[in-house]
Design a protein around this ligand. Structure first.
Ligand code: UDX
Ligand code: UDX
Length: 457
């Protein structure tokens, strides 16, 4: 039996440890966090994050071989293996502000591990980190006079929110990077053995430390780049009467390109893509690779353009003014099936509409509480409404900003009747039946498609 600790009970730490606990009943898993409210929620029947399948898997193992605690020091002392999944946000100050990763929590955690350890341990980087962070960690951890040795292993997380449990249970691959020393390889094998309890061996990839660290940044950069690429083409479609859905289908059937991640949208959100690409950009700049840095930075710029352009299209379509107009925002979460609103394009669009003095009403099945916190500085100008049919009453427009499938199932005929005419729909996720909406009487604007309007000129 091993004592496995995870520091950081967030979107990554909680679900990851719950899945390991399920498949490794022989091991004891503890998840700790400095945030007492978060830990209390993990211990309650109302978990701090919404993720399909998470409740079942947590309730199955909790208090058997899965524990949540705020006693960080004590559990460090008891642990054999420590996963670290504390947050690594973009730095907001000093050198590299706005791009580099802020590693202060990581470094603080490393020092805390050292302080509370009286035995050697394996420390695993679960958080996304700049390539070569492990080197700094090794130096902090192993520069000690306690006679202790820490193996630092990189095991980046590839789960996507909304499908986290499925992704963990059946991953495309698990990546484990370690030092090419005897001790480093033993540490890697120890982590391989954990995943091998449920992941087929051929899907467990082992690499050197730096490849593993960089692969996580590279994977997110490639995924985000596909979205920015299809969004770039969507803009051209809107000018040329091509339809981006048809273009995506046509190119996606080429097996070399593949069909996934070609959904044009109002832009990507989430805590990872922007942060990790900016981190990559900073690394490239650090190594003097100016052109390489510029290449990746363009992915983020394109995404910002997409969000800004969406708002401009709304304002232009609605006779160049949305001031005083009620606009129903369908979706606050950065994607469907999550309550997470970090970097959500929906909230950027809301803020931009508020700048235009629109009256904003936000609907979301799971993310309203988080949206309310995030928009607390403008709360008096926003209404948070769980019922979409209430939100649309006397609204001039609806903007679909999260791809929740339930938004496609609403009765738009009934909705149209309660709205101010001419009624507009801006489908930032291309999930609705645009032809049908047009027939009902809406003026419909989608991403990468010619608008369908009832105006003759
Ligand atoms: C985080 C990182 O953001 C991401 O880059 C990485 O890939 C995985 O870890 P996530 O789990 O989504 O992702 O972050 P978050 O939900 O913010 O969770 C981090 C947790 O760490 C928070 O609950 C925070 O309270 C905790 N934490 C932070 C500590 O316990 N100790 C600290 O010193 C700092
Ligand atoms: C991402 C990576 O997919 C995951 O491997 C990594 O571990 C963390 O970052 P996540 O941010 O949770 O996961 O969700 P993802 O499904 O990648 O979606 C990110 C954003 O892109 C969402 O806003 C989503 O709506 C958007 N998106 C996705 C598109 O706009 N179009 C697409 O085709 C796919």
């Amino acid at each position: 039996m091993a004592n496995i600790l995870c520091i950081g009970a967030g979107y990554v730490g909680g679900p990851t440890m719950a899945v390991i606990a399920k498949h490794c009943p022989q091991h004891r898993m503890v998840v700790v966090d400095i945030d007492a409210d978060r830990i209390a929620a993990w211990q309650s029947n109302h978990l701090p994050i919404y993720e399909p399948g998470l409740d079942e898997i947590v309730f199955e193992s909790r208090n058997k071989n899965l524990f949540f605690s705020t006693e960080v020091d004590r559990h460090i002392a008891e642990a054999d293996i420590i996963f670290v999944s504390v947050n690594t946000p973009t730095k907001t100050f000093g050198q590299g502000a706005g791009k580099a990763a802020d590693l202060q929590y990581w470094e603080k955690t490393a020092r805390q591990i050292l302080k509370n350890s009286s035995s050697s341990k394996i420390v695993i980087e679960k958080s996304t980190l700049p390539v070569r962070t492990a080197e700094a960690m090794e130096r902090i951890l192993n520069f000690n006079d306690k006679g202790l040795y820490f193996d630092v292993v990189s095991n980046p997380e590839f789960l996507a929110e909304g499908t986290a449990i499925r992704d963990m249970q059946n991953p495309d691959r698990v990546l484990i990077g370690g030092r090419e020393t005897a001790s480093g390889q033993t540490a890697v094998q120890t982590i391989v053995d954990i995943y091998a309890q449920w992941v087929p061996e051929e899907r467990i990839i082992t690499t050197n430390l730096w490849s593993s660290e960089l692969s996580k940044l590279a994977a997110n950069a490639f995924l985000a780049q596909r979205i920015s690429s299809i969004n770039a083409l969507a803009n051209l479609c809107e000018r040329t009467e091509a339809d981006v859905t048809e273009v995506a289908h046509a190119i996606g059937t080429d097996s070399r390109i593949g069909s996934k991640f070609l959904q044009a949208s109002v832009g990507f959100g989430g805590s990872c893509f922007k942060k990790d690409i900016l981190n990559l950009v900073y690394l490239c700049e650090h190594y003097g690779l100016t052109e390489v840095a510029g290449y990746w930075e363009q992915v983020v710029k394109m995404n910002q353009y997409q969000k800004d352009n969406f708002v401009s299209k709304m304002v232009t379509a609605m006779f160049n003014s949305v001031a005083g107009k009620r606009i129903a925002i369908f979706g606050a979460a950065f994607k469907a099936n999550t309550s997470d609103i970090r970097e959500s394009p929906a909230l950027d669009v809301c803020r931009a509409l508020l700048e235009e003095r629109a009256e904003v009403v936000i609907v979301d099945p799971h993310a309203l509480d988080n949206a309310r916190i995030s928009l607390s500085d403008v709360a008096e100008r926003v209404t948070f409404e769980p019922d979409p049919y209430v939100a649309v009453q006397d609204a001039h427009a609806i903007a679909i900003l999260t791809e929740w499938p339930q938004f496609a199932e609403l009765d738009y005929q009934a909705i149209h009747k309660t709205m101010i005419r001419p009624a507009f729909i801006f489908d930032g996720r291309n999930i609705l039946d645009h032809r049908k909406l047009y027939q009902i009487g809406f003026n419909v604007y989608a991403i990468g498609k010619p608008p369908r309007t009832h105006f003759t000129s």
